[in-house]
Design a protein around this ligand. Structure first.
Ligand code: ACO
Length: 325
């Protein structure tokens, strides 16, 4: 049976580094609190004027260079598009010189990249396209309240991308099985209240709590552990893999304690849990491809070994992919 195979990967991180101490200089927080509660030591932040599309173009170009060929479809997973209308993906495709290929944004917050890869896999399987470029890119700091210590310490900016092609299930990089899910009853737990049709930005003088991203961290934490564990089990079951056979667990870099709790529940030991949360924080839809690229760059897994990607985010949404390394 044919499968979609990852054949290129690329990233883009802004140069500016913001340490926990930098944040503690203007917020009631500390390096010790942030490290111990989240595992984050620093994050990358864009300079004013740099957009999600800018990061997406750079990561997309790097992925195309790594694949050694162009793409015939562009999917951009993002929560922070360049503007509400139109989608950012067509301009990214244009700037990448990909001509008139289909291009669209995918909105599933931190699960966006896993959703977009799953859609791309189906597009390949149906023959709709042959080489989709899937990008996860965010300027998350554009929606974060710089005065809100609950969220300002967690998020960073960045982008990661992969190119898929048709290939065999036994090939290195093959997407072997997926699981996706959502629960809209939890939509208020992770939200930017204003700016959409329900509460248009132009309507009224809005309070900060409605203009910026807000998250009910403690409740979200519990959902994240539960959903990523259950979704991972489903994806692995569909692949016919046991959790203990997974050599690389690459979860959404939301919080190291969440990832450790999921790893513990699945029985995937600490030596097989990979990520870069300490260096980049939570980059939402860019988190999984950035962590994947970091794992590849550090040569931590051998070709053919089993890996598991899992994500959870606003919506609520979640998703997992069983991937042959
Ligand atoms: N610095 C110092 N103290 C803080 C900070 C801070 N930055 N933030 C909160 N605190 C305080 C709180 O006020 C609270 O004080 P209290 O006990 O006096 O009331 C105390 O620290 C504990 O607060 P909690 O919110 O319970 O802290 P917790 O250990 O849960 O960590 C965090 C908070 C990091 C947000 C965690 O809940 C978390 O990671 N949640 C899930 C995040 C996630 O997975 N999100 C989904 C994906 S993201 C997306 O979709 C966009």
């Amino acid at each position: 049976m044919s499968a979609a195979v990852v054949c290129g990967i690329g990233t883009c991180l802004p140069e500016r580094v913001v340490s926990n101490d930098d944040l503690a200089a203007r917020l009631d927080t500390s390096d010790a609190w942030i490290r111990s509660r989240t595992g984050i030591a620093r994050r990358r932040i864009v300079e004013p004027g740099t957009s999600t599309g800018d990061l997406a173009v750079a990561a997309g170009q790097a992925a195309l260079d790594s694949a050694g060929h162009g793409a015939d479809f562009v999917l951009l997973a993002t929560t922070t598009p360049d503007r509400p209308c139109p989608a950012t993906a067509p301009e990214v495709a244009h700037r990448l010189g990909l001509g008139e290929v289909p291009a669209m944004d995918v909105s599933a917050v931190c699960s966006g990249f896993v959703y977009a890869v799953t859609v791309a896999r189906s597009l390949v399987a149906s023959g709709t396209c042959a080489r989709p470029l899937v990008i996860g890119a965010e300027v998350y700091t554009s929606i974060i309240d710089p005065l809100d210590r609950d969220t300002a310490v967690i998020f960073g900016d960045g982008a990661g991308a992969v190119v898929l092609r048709e290939g065999g299930a036994a090939e290195s990089g093959a997407l072997r099985a997926v699981d996706l899910g959502s629960d809209g009853s939890g939509g208020e737990l992770i939200t930017v209240v204003a700016g959409g049709s329900r509460r248009p930005r132009a309507d009224v003088e809005l309070p900060r709590s409605q203009r910026y991203f807000r998250m009910q961290g403690r409740t979200v934490y519990r959902h994240a552990v539960h959903r990523m564990t259950a979704s991972s089990r489903l994806a692995l079951e569909r692949a016919g893999w046991s959790p203990t056979s997974v050599r690389a667990f690459v979860g959404h870099q939301a919080n190291q304690r969440i990832l450790d709790a999921v790893g513990d529940r699945l029985g995937i030991g600490a030596p097989h849990r990979f990520g870069n949360i300490a260096e980049v924080g939570n980059t939402a839809a860019a988190s999984i491809p950035l962590a994947l690229a970091d794992t590849a760059a550090r040569d931590l897994v051998r070709p053919g070994e089993r890996s598991l990607l899992t994500a959870f985010g606003g919506g609520l949404t979640w998703g997992s992919i069983a991937l042959s390394w």
